[in-house]
Design a protein around this ligand. Structure first.
Ligand SMILES: Cc1cc2nc3c(=O)[nH]c(=O)nc-3n(C[C@H](O)[C@H](O)[C@H](O)COP(=O)(O)OP(=O)(O)OC[C@H]3O[C@@H](n4cnc5c(N)ncnc54)[C@H](O)[C@@H]3O)c2cc1C
Length: 393
């Protein structure tokens, strides 16, 4: 059973003064979806290790999976902050696996939309955005994920198309995906020999192995093996050997939304532990009456709120085409560290209850490390920031 949460205006997008009607409407829609369709089933999905395909269709019908993508493919134009608010809303389920699994298509459709062949675009994009199909982005390999330019999976020209060989690891939605966007080596070593390919999830020669994890339990994660998978010529996405810049540009939106997710998860921890602190009695008074406890909450807010404003500003910069990748990287680091510290303090306030599976803070605490590693690890984000913000000569 879920623990109660004490809502705080400072953490409630509906009470932030500068939201448009559209922002409020999309946020409310995502909250209703969480209350009606996610929370009643979440524990079962966490045990089963995956989300049902029907959930994607439901989210699609509400327009949550197509927000911010091109109208030409069934998307709904929206600013980046609207997508951030959907992320904040979905985070109220208190389970990052929901967002990772439900939105796995969102980190692979952009390269398809800007550079996919006409056939791939028309066959897959509208159905991915409608939640009828599930998509996965396949970059990371067992030999290392941070150094994308060193990837080893290889696509070789063959009669009528390409032959794909190699493997990928830690792929979100990889067990269920209908379409994989795979980065493979087509040329020389390094970043200039990489291309992207659209690969049907059921193509002959693909085998899949489900991986067991610490958190994000309702999001399936796979190791994928490609054994001479045949791909037609038009499976190539973008120009030959030019996949690396597409991958890198794609990371910006993913990292910005991961930062928002981390902050929203931190807010869930605050509200759950605050409700507990108001009601729990200790030494003749509620926990919140003890200064050592209530100051934990002002410190949690002190770390969350500036990052929310920073995220808002970067969303605007993103829409104006002037967001700095290094600054997004730093926000991701700041937000995921904020999530780590807040989850830690929330559990401290919850005491033994915070160590129980019924607490959202407990689940969020188990999700901290994937947020600090996935989509670009903390150390790599600092490296990127040093390069993009002029720290390096
Ligand atoms: C649950 C989950 C879901 C994921 N989903 C996907 C997905 O859908 N698609 C996908 O492609 N990938 C996915 N990933 C992979 C994720 O992006 C990688 O784990 C991440 O990029 C780090 O790569 P790695 O695990 O190989 O670590 P490594 O690259 O081996 O790095 C290990 C550690 O060394 C540090 N490090 C590496 N190089 C340097 C350096 N030069 N200087 C300083 N420190 C360094 C890293 O920061 C990290 O802390 C997922 C991962 C997880 C855990």
């Amino acid at each position: 059973m879920e623990l109660p949460r004490q809502s705080l205006a400072a953490l409630d997008p509906l009470q932030w003064s500068d939201q448009t009607d559209e922002h409020r409407a999309i946020y409310k829609s995502s909250l209703r979806f969480v209350e009606q369709s996610i929370k009643p089933n979440l524990d079962r999905w966490e045990r089963e290790g995956m989300l049902p395909k029907e959930l994607h269709r439901e989210a699609g019908a509400l327009g949550l999976t197509s927000l911010g993508f091109p109208e030409a493919f069934g998307g709904t134009p929206a600013d980046s902050w609207s997508r951030a608010l959907v992320t904040w809303g979905l985070s109220q389920a208190g389970a990052g696996g929901v967002i990772a699994g439900l939105m796995s298509h969102s980190i692979m459709v952009w390269p398809l939309a800007v550079a996919g062949s006409t056939r791939i675009q028309s066959e897959f994009l509208p159905r991915l955005l409608a939640g009828e199909l599930i998509g996965s982005l396949c970059i990371t390999e067992a030999s290392g994920g941070s150094d994308v330019a060193a990837l080893q999976t290889r696509a070789v020209a063959t009669e009528g198309g390409w032959a794909l060989n190699g493997s990928k690891i830690y792929i979100t939605s990889g067990m269920r995906a209908d379409l994989l966007l795979v980065a493979a080596r087509t040329g020389m070593r390094g970043s200039q020999g990489i291309s992207l390919f659209a690969v049907p999830g059921d193509a002959q020669g693909i085998s899949k192995h489900a991986l067991e994890k610490t958190g994000w339990l309702c999001s399936d994660t796979a190791a994928l093996f490609f054994d001479n998978v045949f791909l037609p010529h038009d499976a190539l996405v973008g120009e030959l050997h030019r996949g690396f810049p597409l991958v890198m540009q794609n990371f910006n939106a993913e990292r910005l939304l991961m930062a928002v997710q981390a902050l929203a998860m931190a807010s869930v921890c605050v509200e759950e532990s605050l409700s507990w602190a108001w009601s729990r009695q200790s030494f003749g008074q509620s926990l919140i009456q003890h200064q050592a406890i209530r100051h934990k909450f002002s410190k949690m807010l002190q770390s969350i709120l500036p990052c929310v404003h920073w995220a808002r500003r970067l969303c605007e910069a993103m829409d104006q085409g002037r967001a700095n990748a290094g600054e997004i990287a730093l926000l991701k680091n700041a937000a995921t560290r904020c999530m780590r510290d807040v989850a830690d303090e929330a559990i401290q306030v919850l005491g033994g209850q915070g160590f129980m599976r019924s607490s959202a803070s407990e689940r969020i605490y188990r999700e901290v490390k994937v947020m600090m590693i996935g989509g670009g690890a903390d150390e790599i984000m600092h490296e990127l920031a040093c390069r993009q913000l002029g720290v390096m000569p």
